[in-house]
Design a protein around this ligand. Sequence first.
Ligand code: SAJ
Length: 406
Amino acid sequence: MVNVIGLGYIGLPTALMLAAHGVAVTGTDCRKELVDTLKAGKAAFQENGLDELLQNALSAGIRFTTEYQATDTYIISVPTPYDKFSKKVDAGCVVAAVGDVAKICPKGATVVIESTVSPGTIEKFVRPALEESGFVIGEDIHLVHAPERIIPGNMIYELIHNNRTIGADEPETGERIKSLYASFCRGEIVVTDIKTAEMTKVVENTFRAVNIAFANELAKICRHDNMDVYEIIRICNMHPRVNILQPGPGVGGHCISVDPWFLVGDYPSLAKVIDESMKTNDSMPDFVLNRVYEIMRERGLTDLSRVGLYGLTYKEDVDDMRESPTLQLLESQERHLAAGLKVYDPMVKKDVVRNQYHSLDKFLAAVDLVVIMVKHTEIRNNMDKLADKVVLDCHNICHLPGVYHI
Ligand code: SAJ
């Protein structure tokens, strides 16, 4: 039986996928409310295909509980935030989970860590935690790092089709865990050592962060000299070896906007490009706010409370708001004592910020200037409703005359 610890954005789909493919699974989470919701057959967040997968897993016998289970295989999928001051990974939740597993697991068990950690974290924090509990690693207990790679919005497809990395001390353990993931994963599964696996995960997200930062920097250069960044990127990308990403209002989510900081925190004198890239991405919400002020001046608009931010989530068609550029922008305007912007997001049903609307039409009736912060399908399908508005489009999806860009 596999005990999946942590039933969040990664742990839950992984547990369900294993269960739906014939593996005996118990999912453990410390949040009782979440466990009860899952038992009642309701997924805790919106994701394509997740509800159906939950039903399949429940029919296949998955169990949910707040208790750790005595078993031979654990998959730990708990959050690894970064310490905002040191920029280093905060492995506290992983270490606590491993400590709790150590209290209950029999000798010979395997502990798989899926949570993203910086290279050396398992060596520095996880191994000592197990050794302190009296285990000899490699004999009484086996350690594996199997970093997740799935993208919110397409998680279920990517769980099945993405290639994966398994880091293990002993090749036999790596191969055993490889066959466990192969129960549902049709991609290639590479077995390597733990530190290499740790580094690959962080590097993948850093690659994307740096490339988004390049696009964002181009947007700033083009704005400064009144050039069309989208047309320039489109033409450049026709070159066979150029593939520039898209600029945007900032980078959110719990991955791209977090993991690269681990490298800056651990290698401050070496990770220069990464440091600058993260700062560039983090500067984008303020850049958008300045664009709002510029456009208001140009259009003779004076009332900030008639400006509306469309979108609160960190990207399109997900309900995840972690580190979202809109939340970053709202924080920034509060700091500048300029509170009052209106906000609307079709994916966010609860009230999470001030001046939040829950109907597109009511939101639009309350504002003159609309800032498209997130390119949800809803707004793509309702562009005609923006015809009488001043529009700042941060994603180049609106082709109405007179639209402004970042
Ligand atoms: N973004 C841009 N411009 C782009 C692409 C994205 O501004 O051209 C922004 C998005 O709007 C969003 C942020 O970047 O705010 C991140 O979105 P994303 O779609 O690039 O990635 P995530 O954070 O949803 O998922 C990433 C993925 N990593 C890579 O593509 C290397 C995913 O495969 C990982 O599993 C995930 O991080 C994770 O959990 O680590």
